[in-house]
Design a protein around this ligand. Sequence first.
Ligand code: AMP
Ligand code: ZN
Length: 145
Amino acid sequence: MSNPGNHPTDGSCIFCKIVAGQIPCFKLLEDDMTIAFMDINPVNPGHALAVAKGHWPTVDVIPAEVLAAVAKTAQRVAKAVIGELKPHGVNLLQANGEGAGQSVPHLHIHIMPRRPNDGVALNWEYTPGDKAGIEAIYKRLKAVL
Ligand code: AMP
Ligand code: ZN
C-alpha cells in the first residue's frame, strides 16, 4: 500500500482502496494528487473517472489545488477520449451528495462520452426563470462570496 502524498484516507471507501492498490482498476494514468481509471458501469463506451488520491467527499471540502489537479486529469482523459473514440460529445460531471446522485463519497469527475439518443438523463429543455426569484438568490449568494 502506498500513500506518498500522505493524503487523508478512509478504510471503507472503494476509491481509497483503488488508490492504495488494494482492489484492481483499469488505470489510465496517475500523478501525485490524482488517478484516472475506467468506470465499471459505463453509461457509454469510454466512460472514465478522474479521482483525487485523497479522501475528500465533495467539492466544498476538497483543497482547491487538489480539485484543480483532478480537473487537469479529467482534461487529459477527455482529450484522449475525444481524439481516440470520437464520441458525439463528452460531458464532465461531478456529483456532490446523494441528492445529486453521488454514490461514492470520494471526489471524482466523470468523463462521459455521449452517443446520439443514448438516453443519458443529463440534458434539459430551457425554461425561463422568474427574474425576481433569480435576483433574490443572487443577492444571498453574493453576500457570502
Ligand atoms: P457517482 O455516482 O457520481 O458517485 O459515481 C461513482 C461511479 O463510480 C459510478 O459511475 C460507478 O460505476 C463507479 N464505480 C464504483 N465502483 C467502481 C470500481 N470499483 N471501479 C470503477 N468504477 C467504479
Ligand atoms: Zn476515499
